[in-house]
Design a binder for this molecule. Structure first.
Ligand code: HXC
Length: 283
């Protein structure tokens, strides 16, 4: 689809790059000539991801254990990656957290855990990434991974809906403000891509899956290469005049309304709540 040296001068950080969509994007960037750096909270998972990136691209990724909720860890990570492979000029704010819950059953800490990861984490990474570029007078590109429910809101994933809406506002704010510094900021809004992390948290029952498929006018899930092509486009010069955009990649699913609104029609509320409770980690 794209030239193998599409991203040859790029050094790209993918947060949460150890698994799921983050890893798919990291693999695609490395396969198209970029130096890739990934972070996550789990060292073992990062090492596995590094090996898989090497396998598909022949390139050695940098890894760093960091929790994007912690600004000092994010700052140290960005300095580390620059010290080993030169200045970062691409960033994908992919690290996220999400789970199904009735909103009245959320604890303040549950809301905070998601918002801290998704919204605050994306800001911290953008801040230290952007500051370094601005200080050095270098151009760069940011992709923020959002969701298809940022403008509709969404039942049963309220913290994620609030946080991702914030990230979309941040995308548009920074796109305008940092265009002056030649830093482009766009968002990618994936619909249903069946990664292990998202599916175990968000699709606890086969009936959810059936409706997911039937409400999507394309009647199928996204394929790995489809998210990769979209990320390559936004990260590369192929999209050099695209700034402040949200690229939705969902087969048209968004047009049917909030992604999880349907589940209220599948079961009585109490049955749904018992599904959600079963997914909640035990203390
Ligand atoms: C209710 C929950 C819960 C659940 C955690 N909590 N899981 N509440 N239902 N399933 C509560 C805990 O009880 C605790 O509150 C608080 O949240 C913090 O939990 P911790 O486990 O201590 O926090 P932390 O380790 O920071 O975990 C953050 C997390 C976790 C978001 C809760 O799920 C996570 O790290 N996820 C990362 C990966 C992920 O979620 N990927 C999916 C993204 S997919 P109390 O009050 O008890 O202290 C996506 C796309 C959507 O976003 C579209 C797909 C189709």
């Amino acid at each position: 689809m794209y030239s193998p040296d599409l991203l040859k001068d790029k050094h790209i950080l993918v947060t949460g790059g150890g698994s799921g969509l983050g890893l798919l994007m990291a693999q695609a960037f490395a396969s198209h000539g970029a130096q890739v750096s990934i972070c996550g909270r789990n060292a073992e998972r990062l090492e596995l991801a590094k090996a898989s990136i090497l396998k598909v691209s022949g390139k050695q990724a940098n890894v760093y254990v960091a929790d994007v909720k912690q600004p000092e860890q994010v700052e140290a990570m960005i300095q580390y990656f620059a010290s080993v492979s030169g200045p970062l000029n691409g960033l994908v704010n992919n690290a996220a957290g999400n789970f199904l819950s009735a909103s009245e059953d959320l604890s303040p800490n549950a809301f905070k855990a998601v918002v801290d990861t998704v919204l605050n984490g994306s800001f911290y990474s953008s801040l230290y990434f952007g500051k370094a570029l601005i200080e050095q007078g270098l151009p760069g590109t940011i992709i923020n991974v959002v969701t298809t429910y940022t403008d509709t809101g969404c039942a049963f994933v309220l913290p994620s809906a609030c946080a991702k809406a914030g990230v979309e506002a941040m995308t548009k704010s920074l796109a305008f403000e940092w265009a002056n510094y030649h830093i482009r900021v766009n968002a990618l809004a994936p619909g249903p891509f069946p990664t292990e992390g998202a599916w175990t948290r968000l699709v606890p029952d086969p009936r959810f899956e059936k409706v997911f498929l039937s409400k999507n006018p394309s009647k199928r899930y996204g394929k790995p290469e489809e998210i990769q092509h979209a990320a390559l486009y936004l990260m590369s010069e192929a999209s050099s005049y695209v700034n402040g955009a949200v690229l939705t990649i969902d087969g048209g699913e968004k047009l049917s309304g909030g992604q999880f609104n349907f589940i209220d029609q599948l079961y009585p509320r109490e049955t749904l709540k018992s599904f959600f409770q079963a997914l909640k980690p035990k203390k």
